[in-house]
Design a protein. Structure first.
Length: 118
């Protein structure tokens, strides 16, 4: 059973940066596409970014395009989300999730809080 653990969240000032990590155990993460999602208080969960299993294909929500970068190191069973030029509206709990054959995100981490505030 694949298990995912996020880390790297915290409190940062507007304009600052954070790098989130999603570490997998129990299976080879390189067999999965991985997505980052976020959910702010009172709002629905939204997709932020995704990366295919090889790392050759990435996607971004319009709201983060040009500011966030997703990458992966399959040798370390880890996917990263580099977040630059953070804005208060980026405040949310960030989750990583993995999808295999069906394309559905069947495996989820517990989330990490990101707060952007002065």
């Amino acid at each position: 059973q694949l298990q995912l653990v996020e880390s790297g969240g915290g409190l940062v000032q507007p304009g600052g940066s954070l790098r989130l990590s999603c570490v997998a155990s129990g299976h080879t993460l390189g067999d999965y596409a991985v997505g980052w999602f976020r959910q702010a208080p009172g709002k629905e969960r939204e997709g932020v970014s995704s990366i295919n299993n090889s790392g050759s294909g990435t996607r971004y929500a319009d709201s983060v395009k040009g500011r966030f970068t997703i990458s992966r190191d399959n040798a370390k069973n880890t996917v990263y989300l580099q977040m630059d030029s953070l804005k208060p509206e980026d405040t949310a709990v960030y989750y990583c999730a993995a999808a295999r054959f069906s394309g559905a995100y069947d495996y989820w981490g517990q989330g990490t809080q990101v707060t952007v505030s002065s």
